[in-house]
Ligand binder design. Structure first.
Ligand code: HGY
Ligand code: MN
Ligand code: MN
Length: 414
C-alpha cells in the first residue's frame, strides 16, 4: 500500500525553511520586519520560487503580485487545490505568522513529488500579497484582488507613509521576477486551505497540537482625520485654540468607553499621526486608525453607529472626517471542509479541537469563492505580532501532516 502522503512530510526540512525565510527582514531581537512588496519580501519571494522550481513547481503571479507555485495534476482542466498564506510581516513580526502556511503548503507539494503519484487536480502553493496591512492599509489586498472584492486601480493608489504607492511597489516586484508568468485574477479553485499559528492561547491551554478553525470574527477598519489649527503653545489661549489632538483624545476615550459596554468589543487605535508633531505647537491635524472586531456582526454594526456618532459629536471647534477602509463580517467555514480536516487529524491520531479565529486571514476572502478551511497550530502564550512569537516544531509538523492528507483527498476527488 502506498504510504500516506503525511508519512512523507519532513518536519526538519519545514523547520529549516522557516528559519531560512526568517533571515529575510530579520530583526536583532529574533523577530521579523518584512513589509509587503519591500526588497526584503522580494528576496524571500525569490527564495520561495527557487525552492519551488527545485522540486518541479511552476511559478505564476498576477497584477497584485500574489505568488503561486503550481504542481500539475493529471487533468489541467480541473480547478486546482490551493494552500498557503502570506509572507509579509508586521514591523514587529515573528518567524511564523503567515510564513508557516506557505511553507507547510510547499512541504506538502514536495511530499506529493516524492510520493510519485500524480493527483487528478493540480496543487498550488500561494503567498498572498499584503495580508498584514501595516505598510499599505488596509491589508489582504492580494486576496481581495484575486477574489474580486477590490479593484486594481483603487488598490494601486494606496500609499505608504513615504508616499510610495502599491502600484509602484507591485511594478518593482514584478520587474524583479525572473521568468514568472502573469495570470489573470480569479482562477477557479476546487478548495483553499490555510495553515496558520493560532495567535491566541486556546490550543496551548488545551494541550491540542492542531485546531480546526470554525470561523473568523468580523471586523471594521477606519481612518479618522481631525483638523484644527496650529498655534503657539505659550501664547494661544485655550479658549482660542482649535486643538486637533485634544479633540481626537476625547473621541478615542469615548470610543473606548462605548466598546467596553454592553459587550466587550475589541477596539484598537494602533496608529496616530500628529501634524506638525512639534512639542510647542498646538496640533493642527491628527490622523488615527481604528481596528474594530467582534464575532457578532450586530455588535460590530452597533459599534459602527456609536463611532460615527462620537466623531460627529466630539469635534468641538475642529472638523473631523471618518473613512471606513474595510468591512468584513464574521463567517463560519463550511462543515464539509471542517469535517475533512478533522477526519485527517483523527486518521493520524493527532488530537485536534475546534477553535475560532480572532485574527483575520486571507481565508476570509477565499471563503466566498471556494470551499475554504483553516488549520491552526499553537504558538507560545498566544504571542504574535511580536518578535517573541514562537511555535514548536512538532506542532508545525502535525499541522502540516493534517494539511497533506486533506489536500491529497481534495486533489484526488473529481
Ligand atoms: O490583523 C490581523 O488579524 C492579521 O493578523 N493581519
Ligand atoms: Mn497572518
Ligand atoms: Mn498577522
Amino acid at each position: 500500500m502506498a504510504p500516506r502522503l503525511s508519512d512523507l512530510v519532513d518536519g526538519d526540512r519545514l523547520w529549516a525553511r522557516l528559519m531560512a525565510l526568517a533571515a529575510f527582514g530579520a530583526r536583532p531581537d529574533g523577530g521579523v520586519d518584512r513589509p509587503a512588496l519591500s526588497a526584503t519580501e522580494a528576496q524571500a519571494r525569490a527564495q520561495l520560487i527557487a525552492w519551488g522550481r527545485a522540486i518541479g513547481l511552476k511559478p505564476y503571479t498576477d497584477q497584485a503580485a500574489n505568488l503561486f507555485l503550481r504542481l500539475e495534476g493529471r487533468d489541467a482542466s480541473l480547478p486546482p487545490v490551493l494552500a498557503g498564506s502570506h509572507i509579509d510581516s508586521q514591523p514587529t513580526g515573528g518567524k511564523f505568522d503567515g510564513v508557516y502556511g506557505v511553507l507547510a503548503a510547499l512541504e506538502v507539494a514536495e511530499a506529493v513529488v516524492k510520493r510519485g503519484e500524480v493527483p487528478a487536480r493540480a496543487i498550488e502553493v500561494v503567498a498572498w500579497t499584503n495580508e498584514e496591512g501595516s505598510r499599505f492599509a488596509p491589508g489582504m489586498t492580494g486576496s481581495d484582488l484575486f477574489t474580486g472584492t477590490k479593484t486594481l486601480d483603487n488598490v494601486r493608489a494606496i500609499k505608504d507613509a513615504d508616499g510610495v504607492s502599491v502600484g509602484e511597489a507591485i511594478d518593482a516586484i514584478l520587474a524583479a521576477d525572473d521568468g514568472v508568468p502573469l495570470r489573470p485574477f480569479g482562477l477557479p479553485l476546487a478548495a483553499y486551505v490555510e495553515p496558520h499559528i493560532e495567535q491566541a492561547s486556546k490550543l496551548e491551554e488545551a494541550g491540542a497540537p492542531v485546531g480546526i478553525v470554525s470561523g473568523i470574527q468580523g471586523t471594521r477598519r477606519y481612518r479618522v482625520t481631525v483638523k484644527g489649527e496650529a498655534a503657539h503653545a505659550g501664547t494661544a489661549l485655550r479658549r482660542d485654540r482649535r486643538d486637533a489632538l485634544m479633540a481626537a483624545v476625547q473621541m478615542i476615550g469615548a470610543m473606548d468607553d462605548a466598546a467596553r459596554q454592553p459587550e466587550d468589543t475589541l477596539l484598537t487605535v494602533g496608529q496616530m499621526q500628529v501634524t506638525p508633531n512639534a512639542p510647542s505647537v498646538v496640533p493642527e491635524e491628527v490622523l488615527f486608525s481604528i481596528d474594530l472586531r467582534h464575532p457578532d456582526n450586530g455588535v460590530v454594526d452597533r459599534m459602527d453607529a456609536a463611532i460615527r456618532e462620537i466623531v460627529a459629536a466630539r469635534q468641538g471647534v475642529c472638523t473631523a472626517q471618518l473613512r471606513q477602509i474595510q468591512h468584513s463580517p464574521s463567517l463560519t467555514f463550511p462543515e464539509a471542509m471542517r469535517n475533512a480536516l478533522t477526519e485527517a487529524a483523527n486518521a493520524l491520531c493527532i488530537p485536534c479541537m475546534d477553535v475560532y479565529s480572532a485574527a483575520g486571514h486571507d481565508a476570509r476572502q477565499l471563503h466566498y469563492v471556494c470551499p475554504t478551511g483553516m488549520i491552526f497550530v499553537p504558538c507560545r502564550g498566544g504571542i504574535s505580532h511580536n518578535p517573541l512569537e514562537w511555535a514548536e516544531p512538532e506542532h508545525l509538523t502535525a499541522g502540516t501532516k493534517v494539511l497533506a492528507d486533506t489536500v491529497w483527498t481534495l486533489a484526488t476527488r473529481v
